[in-house]
Design a protein. Structure first.
Length: 427
């Protein structure tokens, strides 16, 4: 077999491959063995017919076609292996010449794993920046904890910011009630920003038993096309006003928050947890920054097939998240001023996909250069962590026994170890 490689770009090649008569003969034997499985010849059991007998009882054209397919398949695999090329998709094959039993010449065009030139990964500028918690940070959290333990006391006075009110309301546009604008016995925390601007402010100042109208306007960037910038009237009935009575910050309060005997112990625990969380968040930011910086310093050709795969993945995940939020893609496009889905794909999805591909290629190359590996025990421990997370989901648990899922987890583990080593080298 002879192979000639021509680079069409940094990520695409075309191989011209010639297969000789001897190799075609071998391919024909493979083809006859395959065809023998379905050939019925008197005196022989199905699947046990010798190749020489198959050749006499099968249409020569069918044998030639099967031989061609087997020869192409083997030649492509052998050629890419010999040239040390990693195809990223199924090669596009075009037969140039085929004389059964004598010669075969064809081309195979495909995108391949590109050559990555790493930048200096030991002299990156990104550094760890941890913002230490302040007394105000701790005070603010304790205030929120007070809110969680607050008692609600019904009062007769007018509602004010900080109160919880129970209301009935009907929202109308041009005199007609609109979807999602009606509720009964709805509990609303005034000042929480749960409703459109003006609603909570309009409820404040009224007492239980009062009924009133609020003339409001939806924001211009509201996600619903029908209500975007619309003038509406909310007819509201205030049924009760509940004042939040915050607990006193003392030993009893500390005991409610955990195994603490004093406010000092509670504050010390909050400080420790906040510090740990901020260190973790800062480390994550550092990892992202180092990878981004290394990508910028490296030469990273990006195969189109990998970008397209990432685009599909990002789009699918994004649409699923929108569904969980109760939004549609159309409403998202409106809010973010995208004229079409194609514009969103070009301006938001494609750049994100390209960034992911580049980061993945750079980390894979760095992993190879640093010779980072994972032991069988490390992989097992990693898989067991996933099993613990999905302990109550039998379907998810079963997936972790599948080889392809374990390979995916192994790849993630290697990526994590590579990024950790990158942090270590730049500490």
């Amino acid at each position: 077999m002879k192979t000639n490689v021509k680079n069409l770009s940094e990520t695409k090649v075309i191989l011209t491959i010639s297969v000789d008569a001897e190799e075609l003969k071998t391919a024909e034997q493979v083809a006859l063995t395959k065809l023998a499985k379905d050939v019925k010849v008197p005196g022989f059991r199905k699947g046990k017919v010798p190749a020489s007998v198959v050749a006499k009882n099968v249409d020569p054209q069918l044998i030639g076609q099967q031989t061609l397919e087997d020869a192409l398949s083997k030649a492509v695999a052998d050629a890419f292996m010999a040239e040390k090329l990693q195809a990223l998709d199924r090669p596009e094959v075009e037969v140039k010449k085929y004389v059964p039993g004598k010669e075969l010449e064809f081309t195979a065009e495909v995108e391949v794993m590109p050559k990555i030139k790493l930048g200096d990964y030991k002299k990156l500028k990104a550094k760890l920046k941890v913002e230490k918690p302040t007394d105000k940070d701790i005070d603010d959290l304790i205030t929120r904890m007070q809110e969680n333990f607050a008692e609600k006391k019904e009062v007769k006075r007018a509602a004010k910011t900080g109160d919880d009110v129970v209301i009935d309301f009907v929202g109308k546009k041009d005199g007609t009630a609109f979807d999602g604008g009606t509720a009964n016995d709805f509990t609303l925390s005034l000042g929480g920003g749960q409703f459109i601007p003006g609603f909570e402010e309009g409820v404040a100042g009224h007492k239980a038993g009062e009924a009133f109208d609020l003339d409001l306007k939806f924001p211009e960037d509201y996600h619903s096309k029908d209500l975007k910038g619309a003038k509406v009237v909310f007819s509201v009935t205030l049924k009760s006003v509940n004042e939040k009575v915050l607990p006193k910050i003392d030993e009893a309060f500390a005991a409610k928050c955990g195994p603490f005997t004093s406010v000092e112990e509670l504050r010390a625990d909050i400080l420790a947890q906040m510090t740990e969380q901020r260190e973790r968040e800062a480390t994550d930011k550092l990892k992202d920054a180092l990878v981004k910086e290394l990508v910028e310093k490296s030469t990273v050709p990006t195969p189109e097939v990998l970008i397209k795969d990432q685009e599909r993945s990002i789009e699918q995940d994004f649409l699923q998240n929108l569904m969980y939020q109760g939004m549609t893609l159309d409403s998202y496009l409106e809010v973010n001023k995208f004229k079409t889905k194609e514009e969103w794909l070009d301006k938001e999805v494609q750049p994100a996909a390209e960034a992911r591909v580049k980061a993945g290629l750079v980390l894979a190359e760095l992993n190879k250069e640093l010779k980072i590996d994972a032991s069988t025990k490390e992989l097992e421990d990693h898989i067991n962590l996933y099993r613990q997370q999905y302990a109550n989901n039998k379907e998810a648990l079963a997936q972790f026994d599948q080889p392809e899922v374990q390979r995916d987890i192994a790849n993630r583990l290697l990526t994590e170890k590579t990024v950790e080593k990158l942090v270590e080298l730049n500490s």
